[in-house]
Design a protein around this ligand. Structure first.
Ligand SMILES: CC(C)(COP(=O)(O)OP(=O)(O)OC[C@H]1O[C@@H](n2cnc3c(N)ncnc32)[C@H](O)[C@@H]1OP(=O)(O)O)[C@@H](O)C(=O)NCCC(=O)NCCS
Length: 192
């Protein structure tokens, strides 16, 4: 999901913050994966992806941010200031994307922000609509989770739109078993 952080909301433009705050249902939609096992399996290898014409890229190097913005827009996220995306990526713990070898364009993307040691939150999980349903979303998510676990970051959370919960569950995400609920800051709710 395109997500906002409770304390990292400056990374998301206002349009994004508003969108997510208004789409969050009253029930908890924060899902988390807490694991100490850094050996997170991949369902498809980098080589197999390459044989299908997709190159797995780690980090933001070489990523055309205007084209990434285009993917955001194509899936219904608001268009964002490309310069702000650049700043957000500078403050990102881990980012992965898939390049379509034929066009050299990004077709899948996911990133996580975090404190580098304990916690990370996953944001901006997107796959170009023309390339959805062929395993690219799972491929980037698996690698993102793997990278975080390898860094020793085991408290991994994300916010999910209800219609996408079924995508995240098989990857290991659950609604918090202790009933802990995510909360988002809302200016309207703040008592004066
Ligand atoms: C959600 C999204 C990232 C999934 O990416 P994708 O590449 O289409 O998904 P994949 O092909 O990797 O699917 C992996 C598995 O998840 C399942 N899946 C995909 N989308 C799903 C959904 N919305 N609900 C339930 N299961 C889903 C697939 O059937 C597949 O199952 P399998 O492993 O048993 O075959 C992509 O559809 C997307 O970008 N959507 C628009 C943006 C968005 O909603 N982002 C997430 C916001 S929270």
């Amino acid at each position: 999901m395109l997500l906002r952080g409770m304390i990292s909301s400056s990374l998301a433009p206002p349009s994004l913050r508003l969108r997510v705050a208004t789409t969050l249902p009253p029930r908890n939609v924060t899902v988390s994966s807490s694991s100490s096992n850094s050996d997170y399996p991949l369902s498809i290898s980098d080589e197999a992806l390459e044989s299908r014409g997709f190159v797995l890229r780690r980090g933001a190097e070489g990523l055309n941010l205007d084209e990434l913005n285009g993917v955001f827009v194509a899936v219904g996220f608001p268009r964002r200031d490309t310069e702000k995306i650049r700043v957000a990526l500078e403050h990102t713990e881990a980012a992965l994307w898939v390049e379509h070898r034929k066009t050299r364009r990004p077709v899948a993307f996911a990133r996580a922000t975090g404190d580098g040691v304990f916690n990370a939150i996953i944001w901006d999980v997107v796959v170009d609509p023309s390339f959805q349903g062929i395993g690219l979303g799972k491929a980037v998510m698996e690698r993102l989770i793997q990278e975080l676990l390898r860094k020793g970051i085991s408290n991994i959370a994300l916010y999910s739109e209800p219609r996408v919960l079924g995508f995240y569950r098989p990857l290991g995400f659950v609604a918090d078993p202790d009933g802990i609920r995510g909360m988002v800051f809302s200016r309207k709710q703040k008592k004066k």
